[in-house]
Ligand binder design. Structure first.
Ligand SMILES: CC(=O)SCCNC(=O)CCNC(=O)[C@H](O)C(C)(C)COP(=O)(O)OP(=O)(O)OC[C@H]1O[C@@H](n2cnc3c(N)ncnc32)[C@H](O)[C@@H]1OP(=O)(O)O
Ligand SMILES: CC(C)C(=O)C(=O)O
Length: 391
C-alpha cells in the first residue's frame, strides 16, 4: 500500500541554477536553502559538486546549514563525481547522492557511443559505488521519457539490486504526454522486481508545457516524489513548478495525496528566488504571478466582490498573498468602481455612481489602469462632488 505523502524534491539550486543568467553565489544559495528548509521541502538538491570549486563549496555549506531536509548532490555515473559529491555532503544530517546515466537510444548511441548492456553495468556500478559512501542513493535514468519501457525496467532493476532507494524517471526533454508518462510509471510499478524497495520519482521538463500535468499523472500512477523548482525555472523551458504541484494536491483532496509544504510561504519564496536570480516571473504565472489573484474585468470583479469563490479556487492567503486585487480598467463595471471608491473613503449613491462611472470610462479609455489618485481626481472634478462630501 502506497503512502499518501508525496515527497517534494526541490532542485532550484541545481537544475534551476543551470539556467543562463541564474547563477548564484554561495551566500545567495544559503539564503534560499534556509527558506526551502522552512518551507518544508523533503529534499534539497544543492548542486553538482564536481562541476566547480564554487559549487562544491555551496553544497558543503548547505549541508552544514540545513536542519530538516535531506541534502542531495548530483553526479554522473563516474567514480570521481560520486567521491567528490560524498565529500561535499559529509556534514549533511541526511545526505543523498543522486547518480545516473542516459538510457534512451539517442543518449546511448550519440552521447555514449555505447550499448544497452554497458549502460546496465554502469548504472549498477555507479549506485553500488555511491552506496559505499551514503545509505540514501537516488538513481536517474536520464531521458527516461523517451526510453523504451522494457529496457527502463531492466535499468531500474539493476539500480535497485545495487541499493538505490529512489528511482528517478526523468522526462528530460519534456516529450511525454501525461497519459504516456503516467503509463510509464504504472508499467515500472507493475514490472520491476522489488519495486517496493525504492520510491519512484518524477522529474519532468516543460518543453511542451506539460511538466506539471506529467508530474501529477506520475503520482496518480504510483510515484511518491516530485522533483521541481520554485517558479518552474530550469533547463530550457524549465522544470515542474513546485508551487503548482503542491497546490494541485492541496486543492484536490480526493486524490488522497499530500505534501509537507507550508503553502503560506510560497509567494515569499517565489519572490526571493526571482530577485536573487534576476529572473522575472511572468505575471500570469499560476499561483505566484502578479496577476494570479488580480481581477480586472467587470463581471469577474462584481462576482469576487460578492463572494471571492466565484472566480478564485485558491484563497490567496493560503499561498502568502495578502489579498486579491480589483484592478480598474475600461473593462471594469460600477461594482468595481464603487468598491475601490469606498476603500478610499467615498460612499456613493446609485445616482452619484452613474455619473462618476461615465467620467471614469472616459478616463479609463485613455489610461491602461486607473489608480487611487485617478479616482480622487475623477470624483473631485465631478458635478456630484459637493453632494458626496456634504453627505
Ligand atoms: C539533464 C541534466 O540536467 S544533467 C545535469 C546537467 N548539468 C550539468 O552538466 C552541469 C555540471 N556539468 C559540468 O560541470 C561538466 O559538464 C562536468 C564537470 C560534469 C563534465 O565536464 P567535462 O569533463 O569537461 O565533460 P563535458 O561536459 O564536455 O562532457 C560531458 C561528458 O560526460 C559524459 N556523461 C554525460 N552524462 C553522463 C552520465 N550520466 N554518466 C557518465 N558520463 C556522462 C558525456 O558522455 C561526456 O563524456 P565524453 O567527454 O567522454 O564524451
Ligand atoms: C539529471 C537528471 C535528473 C535531469 O536533470 C534530467 O534528466 O532532466
Amino acid at each position: 500500500m502506497l503512502d499518501k505523502n508525496v515527497q517534494i524534491f526541490d532542485t532550484t539550486l541545481r537544475d534551476g541554477e543551470q539556467v543562463p543568467g541564474c547563477k548564484l553565489n554561495t551566500d545567495q544559495k544559503l539564503v534560499i536553502a534556509e527558506q526551502l528548509d522552512l518551507l518544508g521541502v523533503d529534499i534539497i538538491e544543492a548542486g553538482f559538486p564536481v562541476s566547480s570549486p564554487g559549487d562544491f563549496k555551496s553544497v558543503e555549506a548547505i549541508s552544514k546549514l540545513v536542519k530538516h531536509a535531506t541534502v542531495c548532490g548530483l553526479t554522473r555515473s563516474v567514480e570521481n563525481d560520486i567521491k567528490v559529491a560524498a565529500e561535499a555532503l559529509k556534514y549533511a544530517k541526511k545526505p543523498r547522492i543522486h547518480t545516473g546515466i542516459g538510457t534512451s537510444d539517442s543518449h546511448i548511441k550519440f552521447k555514449f557511443k555505447s550499448n544497452q548492456e554497458d549502460i546496465l553495468k554502469r548504472a549498477h556500478a555507479a549506485v553500488a559505488y555511491a552506496k559505499s559512501f551514503v545509505e540514501d542513493v537516488e538513481f536517474y535514468a536520464e531521458d527516461a521519457g523517451r526510453t523504451d519501457n522494457e529496457f527502463l525496467a531492466k535499468v531500474c532493476e539493476a539500480a535497485i539490486k545495487a541499493g538505490a532507494t529512489v528511482l528517478n524517471i526523468p522526462d528530460t526533454t519534456g516529450y511525454c504526454l501525461p497519459h504516456e508518462y503516467g503509463a510509464k510509471i504504472k508499467y515500472l510499478r507493475e514490472n520491476v522486481k522489488d519495486i517496493d524497495k525504492a520510491v519512484l520519482s518524477c522529474h519532468c521538463h516543460n518543453d511542451l508545457g506539460l511538466a506539471t500535468a506529467n508530474s501529477i499523472e506520475g503520482v496518480i500512477n504510483g510515484a511518491r516524489q516530485i522533483e521541481c523548482t520554485i517558479n518552474g525555472i530550469g533547463e530550457r523551458a524549465g522544470n515542474t513548478a513546485l508551487e503548482e504541484v503542491v497546490m494541485i494536491l492541496k486543492q484536490h483532496p480526493y486524490l488522497n495525496l499530500d505534501t509537507n509544504i507550508n503553502t503560506s510561504m510560497l509567494y515569499g519564496i517565489s519572490q526571493l528566488v526571482s530577485e536573487s536570480m534576476g529572473i522575472y516571473t511572468q505575471p500570469n504565472k499560476a499561483i505566484v504571478g502578479a496577476n494570479a489573484f488580480a481581477h480586472s474585468s467587470g463581471i469577474h470583479q462584481d462576482g469576487v466582490i460578492k463572494n471571492r469563490e466565484t472566480y478564485e479556487i485558491i484563497d490567496p492567503k493560503d499561498v502568502g498573498v495578502t489579498e486579491s486585487s480589483i484592478v480598474l480598467t475600461a473593462r471594469s463595471g460600477r461594482a468595481a468602481l464603487a468598491y475601490r471608491a469606498k476603500n478610499i473613503g467615498y460612499e456613493l449613491t446609485k445616482l452619484q455612481l452613474d455619473e462618476i462611472y461615465a467620467n471614469f470610462l472616459d478616463f479609463a479609455d485613455k489610461k491602461k489602469e486607473v489608480d487611487d489618485s485617478d479616482i480622487h481626481q475623477i470624483i473631485e472634478t465631478s458635478k456630484v462632488y459637493r453632494d458626496i462630501i456634504s453627505a
